[in-house]
Design a protein. Structure first.
Length: 170
């Protein structure tokens, strides 16, 4: 009976690892889509309503779920030190403090956007936001495709590895 329970726990653990890897891939695509939407909303707010940056960060933090909303909340919180630090530094710190789980190109896009925030006039900022939004949308599509391809494989691989480990141990 104990061996059976151990075998089930081992298979369950392997399956959990596979399903968790699949969940992380899906979460990455969702976060990228939300970030692209937030940047599009930011562009509209700046161009049509001329919303001040602190108020805009508050609105975006309220409009989006965690972790995207948390990114803008962290940025808004950092804006209290705006005279002492640049907006680029505040943005970079907010990116570090927020668990977005982004790597590579997507993280670079957001980091580059921080260099533009607060430094250029409206047209330069809008073009940078549009470019970053388009690139994040492209990255989200690639992440979705990657999640479809590799996600199912991770699920099956986790379950199979758990089963193989049980066979080896019994």
């Amino acid at each position: 009976m104990i061996r059976l329970m151990g075998a089930l726990l081992t298979v369950g653990g392997g399956a959990f690892l596979g399903f968790d890897a699949h969940r992380r891939l899906k979460r990455r695509a969702m976060v990228l889509r939300q970030l692209a939407g937030a940047l599009e909303q930011m562009d509209r707010e700046i161009s049509f309503r001329l919303t001040p940056m602190p108020q805009l960060m508050e609105e975006l933090a309220a409009d989006y779920p965690s972790p995207v909303g948390e990114l803008f909340a962290n940025c808004r919180k950092g804006m209290e030190e705006l005279g002492e630090r640049s907006l680029a530094e505040i943005w970079r710190q907010a990116l570090e403090d927020t668990p977005l789980d982004l790597e590579g190109r997507a993280a670079g896009i957001l980091d580059e956007l921080g260099e533009v925030l607060g430094r250029f006039e409206e047209s330069g900022l809008r073009s940078a936001l549009a470019r970053a939004g388009a690139e994040l949308t492209r990255e989200a599509e690639l992440a979705r495709e990657d999640g479809e391809k590799r996600g199912r494989m991770y699920q099956v691989l986790g379950l199979t590895c758990g089963g193989l480990l049980v066979i080896l141990l019994l």
